[in-house]
Design a protein around this ligand. Structure first.
Ligand code: GLU
Length: 478
């Protein structure tokens, strides 16, 4: 069998987000599972909508996720032409005129004003989806047309059923009744998406087209073009929608879900975790397990396991998967990774030793869901923080701790070595002297030393806050 070739074909109208990443990633897995080639092609024919920096940013984020392409305009294979549509306008122009010669397309001289007027008339007559009225279909070209601008329209056969055998949806049928004669080349000589996509998929020997379901209604138009040229269609695979918890298509306005890959990078998510979660959007493995590496996904990929219903993006699960991947980091990796996310405008690290920073960060290794979440935990080590209402409430429910706290203060202030073990010994001794254990022992100590009712391992935390600040904390509450 020839190598299979799949492509992710972004328009540079925006940045890499959960939706288009899922498309890229499924193309990647599909290609890699079968030892094929993963290609990125830039569909930039809609020049006005192109966003500066979008292409570079998409490539950068794809590399970060581990789905860099085997072929793209950065590493082209000369056999397959250009990997960017704006470099191929001459090719589309030639091919569109070829269709005119073969009788599958025709020149349309209607002006935008005429087209708009006709559309409005059709709408007024109650036609919901107006189509081109074919005024130019059988035009006899004369001298007067010579220097007039024209669109090239595809001549859609009447009342024909077009069948698509989609990998996800099975057989889907369309009637050409629903499709008007559509423009394939605009008067400015720029090809439309439906035309360029077919020329490119053929030029690049694409075997499987995996894309979002919003493109399924474009597919019959593309099939007509394949047929007109006598070309073999690729296999189509339309992925179902990703929705948010309100069941709307996931977007940058979707509540608390982060949308862009760059946002995840900034907040301290790991590429392995994003890969892991996105690969489970609209695709599921045979086994119950949820944590998989890229290599495992490549190995177990199976195009028969795409979901037929929309998948809901779940930020809670995304965070959980990231926390699982963070736990897999060894201590050094965890510290190197997390340190980058400390907000130094809030937490001044100058004067803190590397060992101290490392010890503080490792206190939170088991609970961090993403890197920048570390900033929610650092107050107790830095701020001249006050107790919050919840802590005050917890303290008000405790009784009979005053003597113990006074003794705690005395013992801690006389410690020569303010280290975890020494502090543990102090706490143990207090427990014995005051006949307290469990919450009755630890909670007052925690609140007076850290000014908070929750936090990581107590003795270690106290030692890392440092003697001076701990004594001030106790003083401030007494
Ligand atoms: N350029 C199209 C998009 O960004 C891709 C269409 C396709 O994959 O055929 O949605």
């Amino acid at each position: 069998m020839d190598k299979i070739r799949l492509r992710y074909a972004p328009s540079p109208t925006g940045f890499l987000h959960i939706g288009n990443t899922r498309t890229a990633l499924m193309n990647y897995l599909f290609a890699k599972h079968y030892g094929g080639v993963f290609i990125v092609r830039i569909e930039d024919t809609d020049i006005e909508r192109n966003v500066e920096g979008a292409i570079e940013s998409q490539f950068d984020n794809m590399e970060w996720l581990g789905i860099g392409p085997d072929e793209s305009f950065l590493n082209p294979n000369k056999l397959y032409g250009k990997y960017m549509q704006s470099k191929k306008f001459d090719v589309y122009d030639k091919k569109a005129h070829e269709l005119i010669e073969k009788g599958y397309a025709y020149k349309c001289f209607c002006t935008p004003e005429e087209l708009e007027k006709d559309r409005e008339e059709q709408l007024a007559r109650g036609i919901v989806a107006p189509q081109y009225n074919r005024k130019c279909l059988n035009l006899t070209l004369t001298e007067e047309h010579k220097n007039k601008p024209y669109n090239i329209r595809f001549k859609v056969p009447e009342n024909k059923i077009i069948k698509i055998n989609d990998v996800v949806r099975g057989d889907v049928e369309f009637n050409t009744k629903e499709i008007g004669d559509f423009v394939i080349l605009k008067s400015n000589k720029i090809a439309t998406y439906n035309f360029a996509v077919v020329i490119d998929d053929v030029d690049m020997a694409i075997t499987h087209v995996v894309r979002g379901e919003e493109h399924i209604s474009n597919t019959p138009r593309q099939c007509l073009i394949y047929e007109a040229f006598g070309w073999k269609e690729p296999k189509f695979c339309h992925l179902t929608l990703i929705v948010d918890e309100t069941k709307k298509k996931l977007s940058k306005r979707s509540g608390n879900a982060l949308f862009f890959i760059s946002q995840y990078r900034e907040q301290g998510y790991l590429p392995e975790a994003l890969f892991n979660y996105i690969a489970l959007l609209g695709w599921s493995p045979k086994v119950e397990q949820e944590i998989f590496s890229k290599e495992e996904f490549v190995k177990m990929f199976d195009e028969a396991r795409f979901s037929k219903s929309p998948s809901t993006f779940d930020m809670v699960k995304m965070k959980w998967i990231n926390s699982q991947w963070m736990k897999k980091l060894d201590d050094k990796q965890f510290v190197d990774f997390t340190k980058k996310f400390i907000d130094e405008s809030k937490f001044n690290l100058s004067g803190k030793s590397d060992q101290w920073i490392e010890d503080v960060l490792l206190l939170f290794k088991k609970e961090l869901e993403f890197g920048s979440q570390i900033n929610e935990h650092l107050d107790i080590f830095f701020a001249k923080n006050a107790t919050d209402d919840q802590t005050k409430q917890v303290l008000s429910e405790m009784s009979d701790y005053k003597e113990m706290i006074l003794d705690l203060k005395k013992k801690l202030s006389s410690l020569k070595e303010f280290k975890e073990q020494e502090i543990k010994d102090v706490i143990k001794k207090l427990g014995e002297d005051f006949s307290k254990k469990g919450k009755d022992l630890f909670m007052p100590i925690r609140i007076f030393t850290t000014l908070s009712f929750h936090g990581p391992e107590l003795a270690k935390t106290i030692s890392l806050i440092g003697q001076e600040k701990v004594l001030l904390n106790i003083e401030s509450l007494i």
